[in-house]
Design a protein. Sequence first.
Length: 195
Amino acid sequence: MTQLQMFLNDYEELPMDALTYLTGECNYGGRVTDDKDRRLLLSLLSIFYTPQIITSKNYKFSESGQYFIPDELDRKSFTQYIRKLPINPNPEVFGLHENADITKDNQETHQLLDDILLTQGRSGGAGAQSSGDMIYDLAEDILNKLPPDFDIEKVIDLYPVIYTESMNTVLRQELIRFNRLTSVVRTRSRTCRRP
């Protein structure tokens, strides 16, 4: 937002190419490692970073016209507009065909069923594990593979939060979140021990 404000204040015409590069290659693109994903990111940004956003009234971000820039640019109008948007956005807002939802739902269903099947005991035969025993074994295996918590104080010393090193802030935040996650996993697993 600071970069966008700077370009709005310092230039007569908004340099869309520079903004696209900063956002797509530096700010967000710096986290994208796959060439095809970066190309997709830049393609999606072209919907939002375009001269028509300034020159066209009610510029539409999607074919249906459901996503657009309201006439009134005050906070109240934007809030009312946002409240009218669907809770679950259609794929079109991401530049995707509506079949993308079907594909996503199918993949989620397959993943869920595959995960359920992994917890099922093998049928038949002597010595087959029950579903419960298999779940306890799986949970115990995951718990044993958890790394120790990261030493946040040491990370702060090694990678201080300074203006020129913005990724240090990201690293610190992600390690704090990861420590919270592993703490929850350890706590929950202790309460769910094998009877």
